[in-house]
Design a protein around this ligand. Structure first.
Ligand code: AHR
Length: 317
């Protein structure tokens, strides 16, 4: 199947010819498998494509932007109908996105944003990443209720939009609350192993008794940190409050067991809305909004996290 349109023109004059999803070949450049959430997104994307009869060409970039750029060029050379891109970092995409635009191949961003002109992609399916950080910060503000609290922060991958925006949102929530202070902040690259290593260094540098709370940009780093906190002889979730983002099954389990306090859900189903948008676009030229926003739900100990864990545990995380 081959149909192309003037994707980048503000006044679209050539409408795509009606087509069936089953005819589509779509390239998916995935970041890698750094977290449980990422694994689930890969699973769901494959399932969504299969259910629609789409031929999905999958490329694992192993955390490297250069691999993603190579994959995009390969998809363009193969003449795919569309590209799904989960961009590892926010900058450095203009050239390759222009190449896709020149080839009239629409690109849909999944779960992270890029610093490029929005005319260079069809739409972005993401959560409100600043809002997620804000919800985490607001939860902590409420939880400590004016008590002094020294906070450590595990950041996501340096230069990625969730690391940048989740930090911004959290800091915004803490503004005007002088009882809360971020005393250490370092990347744990969204992985469990780095979350543990960096938390160990925080505990050593500060002394565990001087850390009141941990904010991790994802659950995997929080789960790694929980291990470090236990090994330091402290009780995660009690001695050190823990709030993170993703709502992966292991985070629900940790909350159910009292070892973590809160998580904000990020749906791994970015592909469903993305493929809906592409299907509509190819069927009759419907232009999606530039941002398709997914929901962000806060889970705390007040929820039945054991039940949510049971429900999510076999979903590909
Ligand atoms: O871009 C989404 C983030 O990427 C998830 O929160 C994190 O787990 C993943 O690595």
């Amino acid at each position: 199947m081959k149909l192309r349109t003037t994707l980048l023109a503000s006044a679209v004059t050539l409408l795509p010819v009606a087509t069936m999803a089953a005819d589509m070949t779509i390239g998916f450049s995935q970041i890698g498998s750094e977290s449980g959430w990422r694994a689930a997104e890969t699973t769901v994307t494959r399932q969504e494509a299969e259910a629609r009869g789409i031929d999905l060409k999958f490329a694992d970039a192993q955390q490297k932007q250069e691999n993603q750029i190579k994959a995009l060029r390969s998809f363009i050379a193969q003449g795919v109908d569309a590209i799904l891109l989960a961009p590892v970092v926010a900058t450095g995409w203009d050239q390759v996105l222009e190449e896709a635009a020149d080839a009239e191949i629409p690109v849909v961003l999944l779960d992270r944003t890029v610093d490029a002109d929005e005319s260079l992609y069809l739409t972005a399916v993401t959560s409100d990443l600043v809002h997620e950080g804000n919800v985490a910060g607001q939860w902590l503000v409420d939880e400590v209720a004016g008590e002094d609290c020294r906070v450590v922060e595990l950041q996501g991958t340096t230069g990625s939009s969730p690391a940048i925006d989740r930090k911004t949102g959290f800091e915004q929530a803490l503004e005007g609350h002088d009882n809360l202070e971020i005393v250490r902040s370092q990347t744990g690259d969204f992985t469990r192993s780095q979350g543990k290593v960096v938390m160990e260094s925080f505990l050593k540098a500060e002394g565990g008794e001087n850390i009141c709370a941990l904010y991790a940009h994802n659950d995997d780093m929080a789960v790694g940190a929980i291990q470090a906190i236990k090994e330091a002889g402290l009780a995660p979730g009690e001695d050190i409050l823990i709030v993170a983002i993703d709502a992966v099954p292991d985070a629900h389990l940790a909350i159910a067991q009292g070892e973590m306090n809160a998580t904000i859900e990020l749906t791994p189903n970015m592909a469903g809305p993305a493929l809906d948008a592409l299907e509509a676009y190819f069927t009759d030229g419907t232009m999606p909004p530039k941002w398709i926003q997914t929901e962000s739900k806060l889970y705390t100990a007040a929820d039945d996290n054991q039940a949510v864990y049971e429900m999510k545990k076999d979903l590909g995380y």
